[in-house]
Unconditional design. Structure first.
Length: 214
């Protein structure tokens, strides 16, 4: 629920209400919330637990870190992913024909399939766990599905997979890094457009968007 955006940053989380909503007893819910707090997804303030907000600075740092790590996991995965698995991933990407018919959950499922399959095939379990964790934190930002990035993102995914299939180690790594760079720029462009309509001259978002202009 945190990663899907159902509980946005700043939301107070109560184990009793959450247990009722999920149809579970409070003990496993309380334990799960404790783990999430320990991993930094929830913030504890006295007896209150709130969903940790992910700021613009946070998501930019996350994407910069992902660029480095996923460039390397893609490099390592080239030549390791079985042809059958690559074909399955490619078919899933190509199956998203019309963005208007692709649900938010489906979009993230396929995106996870691409990025996590590559990370898990790198042979480096630590980096694979980091990729998963950083992607979850990216989703918590709440502004990561950009309609005009749908077709370019799909094309970029296919380019990454094609380079891996061809055994082009460096080309695959570069394709992944370009993909993450473009996702980052898409977020900045969208924020800049939002600010043109709703100016926030003193906000962090405004400062970062201005800094991204040529």
């Amino acid at each position: 629920m945190i990663f899907s955006g159902d509980l946005p940053g700043g939301t107070v989380v109560q184990d009793r209400k959450l247990a009722e909503q999920l149809g579970l007893s409070r003990t496993p819910v309380r334990e799960a919330l404790g783990r999430l707090a320990g991993e930094g997804y929830l913030r504890r303030d006295g007896r209150l637990l709130t969903v940790q907000a992910v700021s613009v600075e946070d998501v930019m740092e996350i994407l910069a870190t992902r660029r480095v790590i996923e460039g390397e996991t893609t490099r390592l995965a080239a030549g390791r992913i079985p042809a059958k698995r690559l074909a399955e991933i490619k078919a899933a990407v190509e199956g998203m024909l019309d963005p208007r018919e692709v649900s938010h959950d489906r979009h993230w499922t396929v995106d996870d399939l691409v990025h996590l399959s590559i990370a898990q095939s790198s042979g480096n379990r630590l980096m694979a766990r980091l990729v998963k964790d950083l992607r979850e934190r990216t989703r918590m930002f709440g502004l990561t599905r950009i309609p005009r990035r749908f077709d370019p993102g799909k094309t970029e995914h296919l380019a990454i997979l094609a380079a891996i299939e061809q055994g082009d180690v460096d080309g695959a790594a570069r394709a992944m890094q370009r993909h993450i760079d473009n996702a980052r720029q898409g977020i900045l462009d969208l924020l800049a457009g939002t600010l043109e309509r709703e100016p926030e001259p003193n906000s962090v978002i405004n400062t970062m968007c201005e800094g991204s202009k040529p």
